[in-house]
Design a binder for this molecule. Structure first.
Ligand code: AHG
Ligand code: MN
Ligand code: MN
Length: 282
């Protein structure tokens, strides 16, 4: 596992460098979920694939930018599912973006997620690594990542980050968002889930939601390489998650590599509010 974390450190440094100087712009291709691939999405995917090629413990890679699973080492123990560049459409406006990695043991299912990592390319290069608990690291001047602190969510926060086309929100979702604002929450939403979830996590709590909408009833965010890695971090930080009605995002059954789901991540108090308004599966 340590070998995988070290590889992600090297990847982070390379992607961060590419973001600073490489060409922006679009390719002629669409990825599996229909987004036109940016050159930087493809470049980041290539960097990650090349760095993992010789990591013996990795059996295969699943990427937002690859249609199928890519086999690396038949005898490897782990599957790494990743979003090479999250929030890539925000690079042109110079917002913070990131990469997300879910590390699964043996096969791709929610219960087999054993660790997750995300990197964030902002004014500083940071990385959150989570096996037993989430830990924040930051790149230092000497080129090494230094441990900063453990991350813990408070019972209740102050931030409300909600995505998707508002015209397509359900009345229930609108009620949830308005309830939080009436309780004094502040809106924070950049459009890169890495940055938005990082902000909620580091500021101690709140709610990040990407709901089902009339145009996307199964949401937008992808289960194996966006949703579950963050659900793992939020739950290990003392928070809670849901698809709106479930007890946890870990109740999801993965049927397709690029499957999407509505998702909610927050401190315990906001997820309780979610269930008071949305309801809850028994
Ligand atoms: P990606 O750049 O990997 O395709 O992901 C973008 C995602 C996610 O980061 C963000 O939360 C969401 O898209 C924003 O979508 P909306 O603009 O619909 O809120
Ligand atoms: Mn993404
Ligand atoms: Mn992406």
């Amino acid at each position: 596992m340590q070998e995988i974390f070290k590889t992600i450190e090297n990847i982070a440094i390379k992607i961060s460098d590419a973001l600073k100087y490489a060409d922006l712009g679009y390719t002629d291709h669409k990825n599996q979920t229909g987004d036109t691939q940016l050159k930087l999405d493809v470049l980041s995917d290539e960097i990650i694939t090349a760095e993992f090629k010789d990591v013996k413990s990795v059996k295969s890679l699943i990427s937002e930018e690859k249609t199928d699973e890519e086999l690396l080492n038949e005898d490897g123990e782990y599957i790494v599912a990743y979003d090479p560049l999250d929030g890539s459409s925000l690079v042109d406006v110079n917002f913070a973006v990131g990469s997300i990695f879910g590390i699964y043991k043996k096969s791709l299912s929610a219960k087999n997620l054993v660790a997750s990592v995300y990197t964030i390319y902002g004014p500083r290069l940071e990385m959150v690594v989570c096996k037993d608990s989430p830990k924040l690291y930051r790149l230092k001047r000497d080129g090494e990542f230094g441990f900063v602190r453990e991350l813990k969510l408070q019972e209740k926060g102050k931030l409300n980050a909600t995505g998707a086309t508002q015209k397509g929100w359900s009345d229930t979702h609108r009620k949830l968002v308005n309830t939080l604002f009436e309780r004094g929450y502040r809106l924070r939403y950049s459009g890169a889930m890495v940055s938005d979830l990082h902000q909620v996590l580091l500021k101690g709590g709140g709610l990040f939601s990407y709901p089902a909408t009339s145009d996307a009833p199964k949401g937008k965010l992808r289960v194996s390489f966006e949703v579950l890695p963050f659900a793992f971090i939020y739950e290990k930080a003392g928070g809670a998650t849901s698809d709106g009605f479930s007890n946890s995002l870990f109740d999801i059954e993965i049927k397709e590599l690029h499957q999407t789901t509505p998702c909610f991540f927050g401190s315990v108090d906001e997820i309780e509010t979610l269930h008071q308004i949305y309801g809850k599966k028994s």
